[in-house]
Design a protein around this ligand. Structure first.
Ligand code: F6R
Length: 601
């Protein structure tokens, strides 16, 4: 998840320290490259950028010394194009007259780059932020003023993004900088002889607390003493009063949520939308599908939460595409299957960090067989990305909270997308409706998840049971609960419960059942085994009359097909764990003994 910040002053000044401060306050969003640009009163552009952390790059390039009237800084989290100096932002247009930087994903980047090259523009890298600048340049070259060029460029750029752009050649009456919002965050700050614009509040608040929030489909023009918002579609001015932001920095970083986990849970509709937009346009998908189609054996390998995504993914490949896929825990894969792989096999290694040692061990063991190695990861530039034959990014930005939430959902959505593409009769899923359904589920289940948390909170051990496709969901829900509440919760197959664990049930013992719509009748058998022994069955499922009659608590998810209901069911389980963690006075973001990236055996 990149971050942008731009500032407009009324005289040349030392802007370097201000840009560095803004970059540091955007850094919690995650990044691999950093770049600053300033423009002085004579229109001279100073651009410095490189791969690395802010302080190391500053040591090399001395951002702190940069002077100018206007400036911008960008932190890049690589999605299109590897981390490199060319792909780091900001970007110049062909003649060095415009400079800009973006946040988000331009999903038609590949075809746009070809168009710009055909038009004779100088395309220096493969990053999609550069395409934003060239899109504006292209319309300026056709005789448009910058603001009109930005509005026309918005018709060319597909995806979710925000960008800032400035021209070195401006009169005093012209805006000194422009920005546009379409799906990614954009906030404006109005100070004393200064205005600024950023992906989010933390970089603005030390400069001013007078804030204007920009909406999707709007441009904003900045002068040192005023700003003007216009609608992209018809160019009409939008009147909006600034607000005074009174809360602290911590609240600003968490986007108004109490914890990063809560924020990341609620970012899921957007994260899924961005992933889908990316997948639909990406040339990286076909080689992936091809290797899966051709595989003699298809293994899905990961640890912890990523392994649970593999379990659900395997059900999708089996049931939707008729492709046998085998989910395996990474260390078990290394110890057992790695030694019998052949060059005709395909191994998909799944890891949000791309650095988990157990997964890299599996990758190295598999490498010896010449099998095809595919990576699914969130961190671009990670070891898994570099070592895979092909990779797909989860495109959900930086996940700060230790418990994985949005990266898990995007792993599952990724598998569902791939399985849908591999169906014998072609894709069937209405992908446009999925983000809305996720949003609806979060709203619809929060209160019931909170109630279930209150019930479970009075216990220190419990079971979560799933069946078929929902087994991975039950196991993921149980892991999330253990991780951030420290209660013991075992996730298992509901039909296995009678083979031993049933003896644990006593009066009021909680057992949570995650059911897909087509498993409800079978699930009722398993629920009855618990209920008739005095247990307290809780269901997470779409509305079903039979289930409702047989459970004590019901967390209802919106009606959906089996494969969609499966992934929706994880949302109330994330909320439940979060609420229970708070009931126990714990910090869900940083559970004891755990770390976000596990680079040890
Ligand atoms: C739980 C969690 C862990 C990770 C596991 C693998 O919320 O985050 O179980 O899923 O450590 O990590 P990655 O996906 O980075 O390989």
């Amino acid at each position: 998840m990149c971050g942008i910040f731009g500032i407009v002053g009324n005289h040349d000044q030392q802007l370097g320290e201000i840009l560095l401060g803004a970059a540091r306050r955007l850094s919690y969003r995650g990044y691999d490259s950093v770049g600053c640009a300033t423009i002085d009163a004579r229109g001279h552009i100073d651009l410095r950028k490189d791969v690395g952390k802010i302080d190391e790059v500053n040591e090399r390039l001395d951002f702190a010394a940069m002077r100018g009237q206007r400036g911008m800084v960008q932190l890049r989290w690589a999605t299109f194009g590897a981390p490199s100096v060319e792909n780091a932002q900001p970007h110049l247009d062909s003649n060095g007259a415009l400079i800009g930087a973006h946040n988000g994903n331009i999903v038609n980047n590949v075809s746009l780059r070809e168009r710009f090259m055909d038009e004779g523009l100088t395309v220096r890298g493969t990053n999609d932020g550069e395409s934003c600048v060239h899109a504006v340049e292209s319309h300026v070259n056709q005789g448009n003023g910058i603001l009109d060029a930005i509005r026309k460029a918005a018709r060319d750029l597909q995806g979710d993004y925000a960008f800032v752009i400035a021209s070195k050649d401006t009169n005093e009456s012209d805006p000194a900088m422009y920005a546009i919002k379409n799906g990614s965050g954009l906030v404006v700050g109005i100070g004393d002889g200064m205005t600024c614009v950023s992906s989010d509040l933390p970089s603005i608040l030390p400069l001013t607390r007078k804030i204007l929030r920009i909406k999707d489909g709007e441009t904003v023009s900045l002068w040192p003493d005023r700003v003007e918002i216009r609608r992209v579609n018809d160019g009409l001015i939008v009147e909006r009063e600034p607000e005074m932001f009174t809360e602290g920095m911590d609240a600003a970083e968490k986007g108004g949520y109490a914890h990063f986990m809560e924020k990341e849970i609620h970012e899921q509709p957007q994260a899924v939308a961005e992933l889908i937009h990316w997948l639909v346009a990406s040339p990286h998908v076909e080689p992936f599908l091809d290797s899966m189609r051709k595989a003699r054996h298809l293994y899905l390998v990961g640890c912890g939460t990523s392994y649970h995504a593999c379990m659900i993914g395997a059900s999708y490949f089996n049931r939707l595409a008729g492709i046998p896929a085998i989910p395996v825990l990474a260390p078990q894969f290394t110890e057992t299957l790695a030694s019998i792989l052949t060059p005709d096999d395909t191994v998909v290694l799944v890891s949000q960090s791309g650095e988990t040692k157990d997964v890299l061990n599996a990758l190295n063991a598999a490498r010896r067989s010449n099998a095809t190695l595919l990576g699914i990861l969130n961190v671009l530039g990670s070891t898994l990305m570099e070592a895979s034959d092909h990779y797909l990014p989860l495109a959900c930005g930086y996940e700060i909270s230790v418990p994985a939430t949005k990266t898990f959902l995007n792993q599952v959505v990724m598998f569902l997308y791939l399985a849908d593409q591999l169906r014998a009769g072609g894709p069937e899923i209405d992908w446009d409706s999925l983000p809305g359904l996720i949003e609806k589920t979060l709203h619809a289940t929060d209160a019931a998840a909170r109630r279930a948390a209150e019930i479970l909170n009075t216990h220190n051990e419990m079971y979560y049971l799933g069946y078929g496709m929902t087994l991975g969901v039950a196991m993921e829900g149980a892991l999330k609960l253990k991780e951030i509440t420290y209660a013991h919760c075992e996730g298992m197959l509901s039909s296995e419960f009678k083979h031993g664990p049933l003896s644990a049930v006593y009066e009021g013992y909680p057992v949570l059942f995650v059911s897909g719509p087509s498993d409800a009748a079978m699930m009722v058998n398993h629920i009855s085994e618990v209920a008739c022994r005095g247990g307290h069955p809780i269901a997470v499922a779409c509305e079903d009359g039979l289930l409702r009659k047989n459970v004590s608590e019901y967390v209802v998810i919106p009606d959906a097909a089996q494969e969609i209901a499966t992934l929706l069911a994880v949302l109330p389980l994330q909320l439940l764990s979060y609420h229970m963690s708070l009931l126990r006075g714990l910090d869900p973001d940083f559970p004891r003994n755990l770390s976000k990236t596990l680079t040890v055996d």
